[in-house]
Design a protein around this ligand. Sequence first.
Ligand SMILES: NC(=O)c1ccc[n+]([C@@H]2O[C@H](COP(=O)([O-])OP(=O)(O)OC[C@H]3O[C@@H](n4cnc5c(N)ncnc54)[C@H](O)[C@@H]3O)[C@@H](O)[C@H]2O)c1
Ligand SMILES: [Zn+2]
Ligand SMILES: [Zn+2]
Length: 361
Amino acid sequence: MAQTVKGVVAKAQGQPVTMENVIVPDPGPGEAVVAIQACGVCHTDLHYREGGINDEFPFLLGHEASGIVESVGPDVREVAPGDFVILNWRAVCGECRACSKGKPHLCFDTHNATQKMTLEDGTELSPALGIGAFAEKTLVASGQCTKVDPSASPAAAGLLGCGVMAGIGAAINTGGVGRGDTVAVFGCGGVGDAAIAGAKLAGASKIIAVDIDDQKLEWAKGFGATHTINSRKENAVDKIKELTDSFGVDVAIDAIGLPDVYKQAFEARDLAGTVVLVGVPTPEMTIELPFQEIFGRGGALKSSWYGDCLPSRDFPMLIDLYQQGRLDLDGFVSETITLDDVEEAFHKMERGEVLRSVVVI
Ligand SMILES: NC(=O)c1ccc[n+]([C@@H]2O[C@H](COP(=O)([O-])OP(=O)(O)OC[C@H]3O[C@@H](n4cnc5c(N)ncnc54)[C@H](O)[C@@H]3O)[C@@H](O)[C@H]2O)c1
Ligand SMILES: [Zn+2]
Ligand SMILES: [Zn+2]
């Protein structure tokens, strides 16, 4: 029988989110219903509410989550009721052009639930990133459930479901940061700090954090930043050059998604270095760069979707590192809140007061 649960919905562009009754169908073939335990508030949720992703309102927000599988559809084998899982937005198809070339982390046809969750009047909901986890329960494709060690804290584990994985992967998988590399990370929110933590795990020699907020820069040090720059007070590119014998960094990561910041990342990069864009631009943004320098500097300009992760490979591994004390996932949890507090959490994010507010159910 379909169930009615509470969920946080963005009904119209720029409007405050509201708590709604959400109808969650029983899982069909290839689907699972998950009882959500924790879900982080990511900037991408705010992008959805602002109409910056697409205009398929109403959205059931929340996508950085962990929980317990409650029920599965008839043919589901990879997870079973009672499993502790992190939800992912990359349930790979195994058949698309990328998958068939052995690159499932780039899958072009990722799976989501086939059935729709709805409001009580039958209006179909668009779950954020195919997840919709600011809700007591959600319906996903079974491949979106990645089983991990159940002794991990749900609030910390859930963050691997999006922002923290995106940041760590932007540094390690997309940027290819290795031992001795110099790295600059622009934007020290949850994603940027995760990129800093990833660069540290990979053995970077210098990790330069750039933000416009001194508090964020202070927190960045806790994740491994060796130097910090407030780009409101100093010219970030000049300062990065100064810190790198005037060469620039091997890997420059834009964890904000603003044209001006991307330009700074482009200019702060050494010859043959890599620029990684992990922040999400909005549809009206454009950028102009000196074409000759794109050629002349060599290297790579890359985008990082979800940190080029493969959830089945990366989530259990990162949970292991967390359990060993080598990855401070708890440090990203600024506060735990309830479903009623999501709108206020957006404001706290905008005011720069938190890395992650995490809804705990
Ligand atoms: N590519 C992906 O797969 C992926 C996944 C998750 C999130 N994201 C995106 O990553 C971005 C960051 O997400 P978040 O949750 O960390 O956001 P956040 O709001 O917590 O952090 C953004 C940080 O950037 C800083 N900032 C803002 N403007 C700046 C400027 N001009 N110069 C320097 N610093 C500036 C802010 O002070 C803040 O610390 C968002 O665009 C989000 O949508 C991408
Ligand atoms: Zn595929
Ligand atoms: Zn996210």
